[in-house]
Design a binder for this molecule. Structure first.
Ligand code: TYM
Length: 332
């Protein structure tokens, strides 16, 4: 069965609606036909400073949200990145094959570092995409379900896989990105031209899976729209309404066309209220289940240890092959 790999950073106290619709929904759906590996990427999270106790809590909380959303351990492998040292080890090898200029062209790095200034920007943030390539290539991954913002990182991963194969012989599977349509880019409800994000954007525009339902509903009711009255999908001139329609489509599976017809002649208030209910109905059970799972951190740790064991076996095999091909002497 084709291998799926994906991950999220445990860098906040809750996943948000962009993480959920852009990635997690697809992760759940793909479990039947694939061999999926889902990771909590804590090594990536520390590329910006984290509070240690908060990080520990957020790692478990992220794993709990995967499970609560429907990741099923009979079908999927779920583990924490730092439990499998091969990720950092392969990243070193790949980093030694990545051009400085090539890494410098990553737009996420450019955006983040421009905001921070060069001394606050870590070397880890710079090599972040190389570690991500290592995550993916360690498992012979065929498909990587992610949001649209990861497209360029996936291109780098493919380039590195091809480069490794050309230099050392067929070793790596060259992976494809799997990016949804309506759900690939969810925007901030207050700033609908900026992507919904735990670090940028506004608190009021960020819909968190673990927010109380009343807060989620309020965030939708106060979503920024425009001064027209027509419910029409037009991201350039109506970013707010278009984002709401995109979220609506992603949550219900209805097409944007069908939604435009359904809401023809009706007001923005109706759209916001009905969408708020739909989103709350979708995420409230995930929130409840996450809080339940968080009651028993020892059990979560036990499940994560089983996942780490499974992932390690596979990752070690690839790393050994890579080390041989690169020309390292095996430890006798
Ligand atoms: P992270 O934690 O920033 O995002 C996790 C996933 O959520 C998607 N996403 C969105 N999708 C739609 N609209 C949004 N506003 C939005 N915001 C976030 C992201 O595209 C991502 O799929 N670098 C990865 C983490 C990672 C990874 C990997 C992913 C590390 N190694 C290997 C896949 C394979 C990231 O952005 O995480």
């Amino acid at each position: 069965r084709p291998v799926i790999f994906s991950g999220m950073q445990p860098s906040s106290d809750s996943l948000h609606l962009g993480n959920y619709l852009g990635a997690l929904v697809n992760w759940v759906a793909l479990q039947d036909a694939y061999d999926p590996i889902y990771c909590v990427v804590d090594l990536h999270a520390i590329t910006v400073q984290q509070d240690p106790e908060a990080l520990r809590q957020n790692v478990r909380r992220t794993a709990a949200q995967y499970l609560a959303a429907g990741i099923d351990l009979d079908r999927s492998t779920l583990f924490v990145q730092s439990h499998v040292p091969a990720h950092a080890e392969l990243a070193w090898v790949l980093g030694s094959m990545t051009g400085f200029g090539e890494a410098s062209r990553m737009t996420q790095f450019k955006d983040k570092s421009a905001k921070q200034g060069s001394d606050a920007t870590t070397v880890g943030l710079f090599t972040y995409p190389v570690l991500m390539a290592a995550d993916i290539l360690l498992y012979g991954t065929h498909l990587v379900p992610v949001g649209d913002d990861q497209r360029q990182h996936l291109e780098l991963t493919r380039d590195l896989a091809n480069r490794f194969n050309a230099r050392y012989g067929e070793t790596m599977v060259v992976p494809e990105a799997l990016i949804g349509k309506e759900s690939a880019r969810i925007y901030d409800l207050q700033e609908p031209t900026a992507k919904m994000s735990k670090s940028a954007g506004s608190e009021a525009g960020l819909v968190k899976l673990l927010d109380e339902p009343s807060i989620t509903a309020k965030k939708f009711r106060s979503a920024v729209t425009d001064t027209e009255r027509e419910i029409r999908f037009d991201p350039a001139s109506k970013p707010g309404i278009s984002n709401l329609l995109g979220i609506y489509a992603a949550v219900t599976g209805k097409s944007i066309d069908a939604l435009e017809r359904e809401y023809a002649g009706r007001g923005y208030g109706d759209l916001k209220k009905e969408l708020a209910e739909l989103v709350v109905d979708t995420i409230a059970p995930i929130r409840a289940r996450t809080l339940e799972l968080m009651q028993d951190p020892a059990e979560l740790d036990r499940l994560l240890a089983i996942g780490a064991e499974k992932a390690s076996d596979r990752a070690e095999r690839m790393l050994r092959d890579v080390y041989d091909r690169v020309g390292f002497v095996r430890r006798g």
